[in-house]
Design a protein around this ligand. Structure first.
Ligand code: CA
Ligand code: CA
Length: 491
């Protein structure tokens, strides 16, 4: 395949960050000699962006494939058709796979035209089960960019699915839809109630309820802890790229997951949003405190007491003398929590092309403005990045939008190796089963050996650009390219 090094911006219109988070999978492992410090609970599902609330995409799952071929179907368990652009990442739970896409594959003639679409497939064979579609916002591309579909990665827990539509509405759905012959409420006003339609339980409209003005697209991937559901609002600039129409809208909200009622909100960013707010929140216990960590539109990362929303700390990821948009960056990647530390890269909307970036390990036990006191280390050889780091066995794996894939020491930030994938990277690495998987915009998945020595195990092409991340569930890998969802397993 003909490939060229990315030197300008790539074709696609913009963003989707949310897609980019990471979490670990951890399976109960029985005989592995070196057990990864993975946080996945080991149930075999991958129920949210990153797999677990700390968003560290490291798994103890075994038996995952190291080779496949989409042309000959070697190790391809099944393929399902999506729309023409798919920026969300799949999640797997309850025997189903859920993924966001657009409506260019019109499955229902009663729901025509440009829409955001959430599709549900059977995990075992890829059969289409049901979908939920949303027409575009009347305000157009300022808030809901044409043909970008749904970019939120859903979260599934106890038979309920949570995601954010292209219209900035948080939805809670019944994963059985109407196949259980029951319309679950309180929401009972579904217009379409066939076995192929979604059963809504409650909704929360972030535009109506908290005044969010999403820049170009709403994309947050929910995270849950106890009864609380945490989301970023995507509030940002208008198309002038000068005005902030809703400077008083929160950057982050917490909802009661049972009722959809607002519990707390925070707007520390105010009118300092550089562009949009497309990062997605993370939850973990840090220094004894349960924290929600949120990367926000002014380039600062903030930690909150999860239950109350009380702000505990904030950290500026840009040098003080940096200037937007040349050297100052926004935050699109998802923060990752590992052992009292937060790891995150900054970067910009892919439409802005390449540039310098920054990656940090932050001590989140500190309080107040911790830009100085909380910086454990800073890696400044990274380019702009929208990728979420994976941290396993004392090593950090992080890719940047220029296509450089780095391995760093988690304690010191020392660089062990860099691999050039020769294409823009929108997705994030997954560490599992003695392999590190990373997909790129050329549609290639590179598989590296984990460790301080650089070793490429394989490079496999998916047939079209990949904006997502390889995720594991029950011994199978799931990955979407622009228009198809693949289940990949050793036959
Ligand atoms: Ca139902
Ligand atoms: Ca309902």
């Amino acid at each position: 395949m003909l490939r060229s090094k990315v030197k300008g911006q790539r074709s696609n219109r913009f963003l989707f960050p949310a897609l980019i988070a990471a979490v670990p999978l951890v399976c109960a492992i029985t005989m592995a000699p070196a057990r990864l410090a993975a946080s996945d609970p080991g149930t075999g599902d991958w129920p949210m962006w990153g797999g677990t609330p700390d968003r560290n995409m490291v798994s103890n799952m075994k038996g995952l494939p190291a080779e496949w071929d989409v042309k000959t179907k070697k190790n391809i368990k099944w393929v399902a058709d999506l729309g023409s652009q798919s920026y969300g990442n799949p999640v797997v739970a309850g025997g189903m796979v859920f993924v966001g896409t657009n409506n260019e594959l019109v499955r229902d003639p009663k729901q025509p035209g440009d829409r955001g679409v959430l599709m549900a497939f059977r995990e075992s064979d890829g059969e289409f089960l049901w979908q939920q579609t949303h027409v575009k916002l009347e305000s157009g591309r300022a808030n809901d960019w044409p043909f970008q579909g749904i970019a939120s990665s859903p979260l599934v827990e106890n038979g309920r699915l949570y995601y954010v539509s292209n219209r900035g509405v948080v939805f809670c759905l019944d994963i059985q839809g109407f196949r259980d012959n029951e319309n679950d409420g309180p929401f009972m006003d579904e217009k379409l109630t066939s076995p192929f339609d979604a059963d809504v339980i409650w909704t929360f409209d972030m535009l109506e309820e908290v005044g969010s003005y999403p820049h170009n697209l709403s994309n947050s991937s929910p995270v849950v802890w106890g009864d609380m559901l945490y989301l970023s609002t995507s509030n940002g600039q208008d198309e002038s790229h000068v005005n902030i129409p809703s400077p008083r809208a929160p950057a982050i909200i917490a909802l009661n997951k049972q009722t959809g009622k607002l519990i707390w909100e925070d707007n520390s960013v105010e009118d300092r949003i550089l562009h949009g707010q497309w990062s997605t929140p993370t939850v973990g216990r840090i220094g004894g405190a349960l924290q929600v960590v949120s990367a926000q539109g002014d380039g600062w990362v903030r930690g909150y007491e999860a239950e109350t929303g009380k702000k505990l700390w904030e950290f500026d990821t840009n040098p003080k003398d940096s200037i937007w948009p040349r050297t100052r960056n926004e935050l699109i990647a998802t923060p990752v929590i590992v052992e009292d530390r937060v790891y995150i890269a900054n970067g910009q909307d892919p439409e802005h092309g390449e540039g310098i970036g920054h990656f940090y390990a932050i001590d989140a036990t500190k309080r107040g403005d911790i830009t100085q006191t909380g910086a454990i280390w800073h890696f400044d050889k990274i380019r702009r990045s929208i990728s979420t780091a994976a941290i396993a066995d004392g090593l950090v794996y992080i890719a940047d939008f220029s296509g450089y894939f780095h391995c760093l020491d988690a304690k010191t930030g020392q660089l062990y190796w860099t691999h050039d994938v020769f294409a823009a990277v929108w997705g994030s690495p997954l560490v599992a089963d003695g392999k590190v998987y990373l997909a790129d915009e050329d549609g290639d998945v590179v598989i590296m050996a984990p460790g301080k020595e650089k070793k490429v195990l394989a490079e496999l092409n998916m047939g079209s650009a990949v904006y997502g991340t390889v995720v594991p569930a029950h011994g199978t890998l799931f990955l979407n390219n622009r228009s198809q969802l693949f289940a990949i397993a050793i036959k």
